[in-house]
Design a protein. Sequence first.
Length: 289
Amino acid sequence: MGYRRHDYRGPDDLRAMQAMSARAGHWHPGELAWSRFEHIGREPEWPTALWEHDGRTVAWAWAQLPGSLDLDLDPEHSELAGEMLGWFAGVVPGERSVTVLDGGLRLDRYGYRESEDAPFFVRLRRDLADLPEPVLPAGYRMRAVSGAEDAPQRAQVHRAAFSTPEHPSRVSAQSYLQVMGAWPYRSELDWLVETDGGEPAAFCLAWLDGGEAVLEPVGTDPAHRRRGLAGAATLAALHAARELGARSARVNARGDDAYPSARATYESIGFRHHDGIRSRTYVSERKQM
């Protein structure tokens, strides 16, 4: 059908990926912006290709070395799937894994098998018509991020929330400034919980495109957990999103039992797994078809 493939070239290609995924309904533009800009210096680890038809992006594939792949594909151009996976095999000749959403591609026919024990995410949603007010315990305060001067604090609390000894977070003040400069970032949707002494404790970043907001990311410094801080920050961000025209919100949370706390936090403020959507991971067989 006259497809043209090219390697990722920069922010204009990200906007094309965001537009394509928004049409398909699989990825929110904010999820792609966060994933692309949260780190600096990892670009060589992220081979990415886009496919165009009649001048419009209809598919993209984003590899993360050493061997995983995220992709999105306009359902009207599903015949591209084999070519996309062939591109991935050229980038990663060894063992490979591909993550897709339910209702998307089934990769059995392309020499992959579904992994039964891989971690997976579920898509949670809530309507914004009946939001409760956020409540903080004594000793904490909450505010929207005011500008670039808050980047060091936001990066600091993110690293505290998501770093492990085996996998330290690489989010930095510099990379957070990159996030803040990305479309569709809005500082009024970026909420920070601090102690009364000014120490960052928890956060929620919401992204808005059209009538739906997405949460990415949300977290709490381990020293301040189990106090409802992330839930309060999330509600504050959702109130702000509603004022800007959002009617609903969604978030992807771990659905397996290894990390249940985030899902429990979202469910405690009204998110539910209504549509049954979850991610599935496929791994390459030793012999490719």
